[in-house]
Design a protein. Sequence first.
Length: 269
Amino acid sequence: MFRAVFSFGVAAAVLTGTAAFAAELSEIQARGYLIVGVKDNRPPLGFRDAGGEITGFEAELARRLAEEIFGDPEAVVLEPLTNLERLPAVLDGQVDLAIAAVTITEARSRVVSFSAPYYLDGIGFVTRRPEIQQIEDLQYQAIAVLNGSNAISALRYIVPTAQLVAADSYPQASQLLQQEQAIAFAGDVSVLAGWTQDQPEYRLLSAAISAEPLAAVMPKGTQFNELRRLVNSAIDRWCREGWLDERISYWKLPQTVRLQDSMCLRILP
């Protein structure tokens, strides 16, 4: 059923330039609370704590945004989404916006609007081998990577002599490392940060081989301009005031490029 809704929503967005069922800012304010799609299985961006509550860096952004709109950080419903559900949930109005580890891409920008970036993710490496200190040490070595990952093309360019070992999941990648079928695993640094927090025997190499901005996903259409302006203004201010940098450090997310170093980029409606 969700796939059918997704097909309809995408078609409507492409043909009309707008989302079919999304709420405007005035409707959100009249409702009295914000609905934000988040991850609940991707620490430290979004995950469930011991009590079952969704927490993490992106969940904190959602609560801070609710405070911007309503003066109350609890005036928000956090809706857990899978990767495939993130865009359709925005298009069909299931959520007002998604703050759910979504990378800005040209293809996605055709059907949804993105906010200014709140974190610069990228492809990095974890290993437990002490002799691996930098990317150059991975030449002629076996590197685990998820099937279909966008890391594959980058790896073939940056470390062309490395042997890429396919994994279907993060647990399988961990197993490959434990069995020494690979000496490192390549993936999003935001995910690898959670990996090293859960498995401290692994460490994250200091260098990344890409920079990929994460941003909030919002519906297209001029009727949503007020919502986009509010979100962009809030993220820009958090960035310039240093609050984003502080929370990134709190959640122990690697900062291969600080947002301040590239200026707090604004994406206009």
